[in-house]
Design a binder for this molecule. Sequence first.
Ligand SMILES: Cc1cc2nc3c(=O)[nH]c(=O)nc-3n(C[C@H](O)[C@H](O)[C@H](O)COP(=O)(O)OP(=O)(O)OC[C@H]3O[C@@H](n4cnc5c(N)ncnc54)[C@H](O)[C@@H]3O)c2cc1C
Length: 441
Amino acid sequence: MSEEQVKVDAIVVGGGPAGVATALAMAQQKLEVILIERGEYSGAKNMGGLVYGTVLNKLIPDAFKKAPIERPVSRRGIAYLGDGKHIGIDFGSEEWTKPPFNNTYVVNRSQFDRWFAKEAEAAGVSLLEGMVCEDLIYEGEGAAKKAVGVKLRGDEQFRADVVVLAEGSNAIVTKKAVAELGIAKGAHPQEYAIGVKEIIGLPKAKLEDRFHLAADEGVAMDFVGVPFKNLVGGGFIYTAKEAIHVGAVARIQSMVDSKRSPNEMLDAFKKHPIVRSYIHDGELLEYSAHMLPEGGLDAIGELTANGLMIVGDAAGLLNMSLYKEGTNHAMESGMYAAQAAAEAKKSGNFSKAGLASYETKLRQSVVWKDLAKYAKVPEVLNNTPALFSLYPDKFAQLMVDYFTVNEQSKAVIQKQALKKFLAGLPKFQFVRDMLRAKKVF
Ligand SMILES: Cc1cc2nc3c(=O)[nH]c(=O)nc-3n(C[C@H](O)[C@H](O)[C@H](O)COP(=O)(O)OP(=O)(O)OC[C@H]3O[C@@H](n4cnc5c(N)ncnc54)[C@H](O)[C@@H]3O)c2cc1C
């Protein structure tokens, strides 16, 4: 090691929710830690919409009184989009309109992550933004091989007792580390989705009127259906302060197979009449695209090696069921990684065995329980394409036909509606698909 190389307790690569939570929790435990973020600032390259408060509040008490929140979510909605029709449920609670707002908030990630990273810096983390980690420094051979630091673009190097990889889903350094340190991969290969999102500006009063919201309340809506035909995907709309977040996510493999592009998918979603009714007259403020790891529990490999831990999306911890939870899983994994690093510092043992409590705590946590509950979701989504367009279209059509007003009697209208619904729907397939769909909820 050259004289001028900096050596600290820990280096965290990636300033998203996982990396910032790790670095902040480490600093709170008096570890000397460097956090490296390649964006001009944390969040500059991030997207996503909802942030859940339960884990964040453990790191920063009453975080949401200080964090840059767009709107708390007081109402939610789930809708099936048919061809020019829709059927949906809209639900909420008065309870959700009051603190802590069901711990669910719409944020602008570029502002939220930036704030979160500054909180970590205030707690003592050395925050290095605009720097790309290109690889790790390794020492030793075979089973004794360990990570001992990072190489940054431009030849700068830092050393540490432990490196935590929090790169998110496009985890290039993590992939190299898995190969270098012989880290065991998951039972199934990781599967990726791509998300595209627009932020569409709309004046506050107009937005609240359009979504039937009281001042500063918010709504989050999820959609599947015809715009996602031949894709394993869906869309969402979240209300921000003076903007609407409208986005679509789909498995990359399904896009390749159906020769559809992310832009075309988002356009088809935005053109659906019910979606159009929410976003019309808005001004496009921002466009972003991001990958998500959707392989679930079976795609998660080992998360520790000598001198190394992997957290957040880089570890594949996203829950892609109906709940779509990634940020709080990322933060929670970061908290356990920080605890493991603090214990390793006490014992002076940063080997895989010395860091093992990270995986032990994670496997005992709610994060793991939820991932286990939804372990079959990736398989269900891949093998049940009818869930994404045929059934949404059928159900929307059924309701439209059921409530059709014409000169026929209700008995005739209902009989015809049911007949149309069942046409072309093999009974066995329908029952099987509905049973499979239960696993997503
Ligand atoms: C369209 C979409 C919608 C979503 N909606 C939700 C939602 O509603 N609720 C929810 O909980 N989750 C949602 N998610 C998932 C959520 O965004 C992720 O699970 C979460 O951001 C994971 O955090 P992370 O810190 O692991 O990774 P990221 O947030 O991706 O952060 C990784 C960071 O590392 C940096 N980085 C990467 N490589 C390097 C490197 N080599 N050197 C330096 N820096 C590096 C990146 O710039 C980035 O800032 C959504 C995701 C998408 C794409």
